[in-house]
Design a protein around this ligand. Structure first.
Ligand code: FMN
Length: 342
């Protein structure tokens, strides 16, 4: 199957309602935000702005990378970029491999460029691909093209060994990935964010990344979209691989393990409400990311529905910050604001 039709199939399966974890949750139900009966602030004092990749966001939210590379992806990326620009939040595009290995500009990605002066946009490549390009000596040149195609302020590099193992066309070759990431950090062309795709980055992995100079990690933990699930649905021999459907570390646990290991932790993976976003920030995350819920909003009502989704998150975050006595996000990112209840 061509990369283009695979990308389309991924989007359709993500929207099918079948691509979620079966038993595992994101773990946030084990935590409660701490109510403050003496907040000493007004609701109007609450300020959700934050700096990310040198830009000011109105709220600490990121739509993480999903798509590009087949005709309808242009509409999806345009809508997401438009909504993010309207709400002042960041966005990523999906893996850019197909666009980079061909010559010429790919409009399904470059469509977001027109919004890149208003929101930080993240380019995206796979870590296994980065390792291959590093061995071939072409990594820097591909990264330059990826960044300039969409006017990106940072590059997300995704770690997805579970997905590559299960994908029928997968390439489970992860030797040399850490070296390639180290090379990307050394060349220092653009900030690097290392992310998973829904199985989670643990504290141990974060420490190995930090050792080679990684400062930003998107944990993309378990509890939301199951990429093992998506790929299993695409296979004829599901019974051979079904036991891997729910593999991964729940998002809340990933955040707990990664905060303090690198300076910037992005919390994502099954976060679908403003309350869960507030919990992630209280646990020390800098930014909160979401993917599939935004795709679902797009499918229901295009740009307007994504804007509504993001505004609801912001509203709920503001409500929480007021009743917790936190006028700034830094006040929210304090261990006293959250407690374990289970
Ligand atoms: C349709 C779809 C396509 C995706 N494609 C990519 C990709 O190309 N690169 C990547 O880094 N992550 C990709 N992801 C993973 C998301 O960025 C995110 O890490 C994951 O879906 C978990 O977040 P969620 O539970 O909010 O969906 C994709 C997700 C979806 C739903």
């Amino acid at each position: 199957m061509s990369i283009q039709s695979r990308k389309e199939e991924h989007v359709n399966l993500a929207l099918s309602g079948k691509a979620t974890f079966r038993e595992k949750t994101n773990g946030f139900e084990q935590y409660e935000l701490v109510y403050n009966a003496l907040p000493e602030i007004n609701l109007a004092d609450v300020d959700t702005r934050t700096l990310f990749c040198g830009a000011q966001l109105l709220s600490p939210f990121l739509v993480t990378g999903m798509t590009g590379g087949y005709p309808n992806a242009e509409n999806i990326n345009r809508s997401i970029a438009e909504a993010c620009a309207e709400c002042g939040i960041a966005m990523g595009v999906g893996s850019m491999r197909a666009a980079l290995e061909q010559t010429g500009s790919d409009p399904t990605f470059s469509v977001v460029r027109q919004f890149s002066d208003r929101v930080p946009i993240l380019a995206n490549i796979g870590a296994a691909q980065a390792a291959l390009w590093h061995r071939e000596g072409t990594l820097a040149q591909y990264v330059d093209r990826a960044v300039s195609l969409i006017g990106a302020r940072a590059l997300a590099v995704h770690l997805n060994p579970l997905q590559e193992l299960l994908q029928p066309e997968g390439e489970p070759r992860f030797r040399g990935v850490l070296d390639a990431i180290a090379a990307l950090i050394r060349t220092n062309n653009v900030p690097i964010i290392v992310k998973e795709v829904g199985a989670g980055i643990t504290g141990n992995v974060a420490r190995r990344l930090a050792d080679v100079g990684v400062t930003m990690i998107d944990v993309a933990g378990a509890g939301g979209t199951s990429w093992a699930g998506i790929e299993i649905l695409r296979r004829a021999d599901a019974e051979q691989v079904n036991h891997l459907w729910d593999v991964g570390t729940p998002t809340a646990e990933c955040i707990r393990q990664c905060v303090g290991v690198v300076p910037t932790v992005i919390a994502s993976g099954g976060i679908s409400t403003g309350t869960e976003a507030a919990k992630a920030l209280a646990m020390g995350a800098h930014l909160v990311g979401t993917a599939r819920p935004v795709l679902e909003a797009y499918a229901q009502g295009g740009t307007e529905a994504i804007v509504q989704f993001a505004r609801n998150w912001e509203l709920h975050l503001r409500q929480w910050m007021f009743i917790m006595g936190c006028s700034k996000l830094n006040d929210l990112r304090d261990p006293s604001t959250i407690q374990r209840i289970l």
